[in-house]
Design a protein around this ligand. Structure first.
Ligand code: FES
Length: 154
């Protein structure tokens, strides 16, 4: 498909990016808008590193065609903190629980838990584990990640 302006509403700002509408949303966010919070891990929708919020739901930006994101409210990791720099409670929980090793998976963990916190602020351990079940961490930092999740949702 030939390039055309793709209209994206990201972190409260409208953008027009010339691209093939089939281009994965992740590529436009990272390469055209300079939003590097969402990470490229597998590119197949399996690892969760690329997660962004679309209309409040955590979705995998590596498998969403950019054209399908038009007209939706997109929030990336960069858009979670308040304008004054105060971290989102889920972000702060990861700081407090030191829930990172290499940190590559953290975007997906934080975006997924942010969606869960909005949907179910009282999410219990089972719900936390269910939400994170397809977010992969190759460092094996799962225990600290779960500590952070409990802090954020406590
Ligand atoms: Fe999108 Fe792995 S990079 S799920």
């Amino acid at each position: 498909t030939p390039p055309r302006p793709i209209l994206l509403h990201v972190n409260g700002t409208d953008h027009a990016v010339a691209a093939d509408p089939a281009t994965p949303l992740l590529h436009l966010l990272r390469n055209d808008l300079g939003l590097n919070g969402p990470k490229y891990g597998c590119g197949y929708g399996e690892c969760g590193a690329c997660a962004v919020l679309v209309d409040g739901k955590a979705v995998r930006a590596c498998v969403i065609p950019a054209g399908r994101a038009e007209g939706h409210v997109i929030v990336t990791l960069e858009g979670l903190a308040s304008p004054d720099g105060t971290l989102h409670p889920v972000q702060q929980a990861f700081v407090d629980a030191q829930g990172a090793q290499c940190g590559y998976c953290l975007n997906g963990m934080i975006i997924t838990l942010t969606a869960l916190a909005a949907e179910r602020p009282d999410a219990d351990e089972a719900a936390i584990r269910q939400a994170l079940r397809h977010n992969l961490c190759r460092c094996g930092t799962h225990l600290e990640i779960l500590d952070a999740a409990r802090l954020a949702l406590a």
